[in-house]
Ligand binder design. Structure first.
Ligand code: DBV
Length: 254
């Protein structure tokens, strides 16, 4: 069973058709695909994590982590990181299916939370769409307070119990949010002002440091693939801005 493959297929097809300069984003050796067998006897399942990466002139990294572990573990984590000379928000989709149900986080995550001008540019145009889906996808309840500054007023956060909701309303919201995001990308102009550039870099690093340190998936990845693989996956691919800014000398691995 795969629940989020259609989301990933749609995203890749849309990126290919709307971003003429789409190019691959390098994925470290041993990280594009990783599988592990878990469980015993008839509960034995294979958990496969597949990674996809792209980049364009305006977008530093477009990446997807797709975890497929049978009916009770399906995850698509799809994030777009703009280059540091654009003040575009992040496109953040965290689509998680666990035995307890579905957890859906979909947002255009702001660089500057609570900033009226920024919200007018990057959230207001999305609010009618947000309101339309919120009627069908009620608020998912509490989530870490420290994560709140990283979400916009259009944050679609919901925990539907019905899989059919994911296949219809969530899928349509994902498509509409991605479509709106790519229109923001089309309009985006490079920033030259040094102070503004410094603010953008600080905001992106704040977001990446928080997500890398608090990645709710860390425990899951460690369980399946071990700590070393997990830390390198998080810091070397999923949230790799530090490496992109100051590429470290890769020590020759024994
Ligand atoms: N989350 C990731 C990556 C994942 C992933 C790379 C590839 O950032 C999966 C895998 N997210 C994942 C899993 C869970 C969550 C939870 C497996 C469930 C963990 C569990 O309950 O066992 C949005 N993701 C969450 C939660 C939120 C998000 C709010 C619930 C966390 C909680 O309740 O403690 N997107 C996520 C997030 C931020 C964001 C936390 C913060 C800025 O942008």
């Amino acid at each position: 069973m795969t629940l989020y493959q259609p989301f990933l297929d749609h995203a890749i097809e849309t990126l290919r058709s709307r971003l003429p300069d789409l190019a691959p984003y390098p994925i470290p050796e041993g990280y594009a695909q990783k599988s592990a067998v878990t469980g015993k006897g008839k509960h034995e399942t294979t958990v496969l994590t597949s990674s996809t990466g792209f980049q364009t002139g305006k977008l530093r990294q477009i990446r997807a982590a797709h975890v497929q572990g049978g009916d009770s573990l399906q995850v698509l984590n799809f994030v777009i990181f703009p280059h540091l000379n654009y003040d575009l928000p992040f496109f953040g989709a965290d689509l998680v299916t666990l035995p307890g149900g579905h957890l859906i986080a979909l947002d255009m995550q702001p660089l500057f939370a609570g900033n009226a001008d920024y919200e007018a540019r990057y959230s207001a145009p999305l609010m009618p769409t947000f309101q339309r889906y919120q009627a069908d996808l009620p608020w998912g309840g509490d989530f870490p307070a420290e994560a709140q500054p990283f979400f916009s007023p259009a944050f679609l956060w919901t925990r539907p119990s019905e899989t059919e909701k994911v296949e219809t309303a969530v899928f349509n919201a994902f498509k509409d949010y991605l479509d709106a995001y790519l229109s923001f990308v089309d309009e985006a102009q490079p920033i030259e002002d040094p102070d503004r550039l410094a603010e953008i870099a600080a905001a992106q690093l704040r977001y990446v440091h928080y997500r890398a340190e608090k990645d709710p998936a860390r425990g899951m990845f460690r369980r399946f693939y071990g700590e070393e693989w997990t830390e390198e996956y998080i810091h070397g691919f999923l949230f790799d801005l530090d490496r992109a800014i100051a590429p470290r000398q890769t020590t020759a691995t024994a």
